[in-house]
Design a protein around this ligand. Sequence first.
Ligand code: NAP
Length: 249
Amino acid sequence: MLLKDKIALVTGASRGIGAETAKLFAREGARVVVNFNKNVLAAQAVVEEIQSNGGVAFAVQADVTEVSQVENMMRLVEAHFGVVDILVINAGLHFKVAPFMQLTWEDFSWKYYGEMKSFYNSAKAVIPGMLAKKSGVIVAVSSGLSRHPGFGFSSHSASKSAVDALVKSLALELGGAGIRVNTVAPGLTITDATSWMPKDQQEQAANHTALKRNGTPEDIARAILFMASELSGHVTGTYLSVDGGSAMI
Ligand SMILES: NC(=O)c1ccc[n+]([C@@H]2O[C@H](COP(=O)([O-])OP(=O)(O)OC[C@H]3O[C@@H](n4cnc5c(N)ncnc54)[C@H](OP(=O)(O)O)[C@@H]3O)[C@@H](O)[C@H]2O)c1
């Protein structure tokens, strides 16, 4: 078991990539906090699946863009499990897909500040405990679009680029304290967040990969597990593309 007895907090774990990550972490022995924002039934379903397979998990509602809600969540997590060993910053903040000139500042800044607040609030909440333990792992889920533009995705690209930059800054500042910080960058992955895309666009994206298929939440979860476990014990400040090879084409 790669995460035996570790305490892991996965933000946005009620659905999609976060849900698969939470389930995989639990199979690898972690005690998992399934954070969600609105979808309590989906979060409970993830917890029940973990528990029915002998794992340990509980669900906590918190809008990670709201500092007071994150602080409340941390109080519950520490009372329930203890200090967090692994933080996965994953919550998927929806955003308007439209050309830059059609976005208002409200559209743009909602996504940009949302991603920053999500990262800032979650990281600030767990790092003191990790510093005290002199160990910890943070994995931020970015996007292939942080490095490669997509038409209509400017707010997403800009905010995920900022996530990548923050990962490197934290990796530098926290490495000496035994805390690793890395980015996993999915390509198009079929989840609720992408199911709005017409099938022909999904096929086009699949054809633009070397592996000729789009990602699954399980593909991304396995890469997050690698970054969260000792398999990547000497890896920090890096950006792992999980995109079937589309970035190189
Ligand atoms: N899918 C892709 O193609 C793709 C590609 C590149 C990067 N990514 C990144 O991967 C991550 C996960 O995406 P996904 O496709 O798995 O998304 P998803 O299926 O839409 O799931 C989003 C998850 O985030 C939670 N969430 C949303 N806003 C939140 C908030 N303010 N506070 C706490 N939780 C919140 C949702 O909770 P509720 O259920 O309560 O709403 C849900 O659990 C995101 O960071 C996304 O940008 C995805």
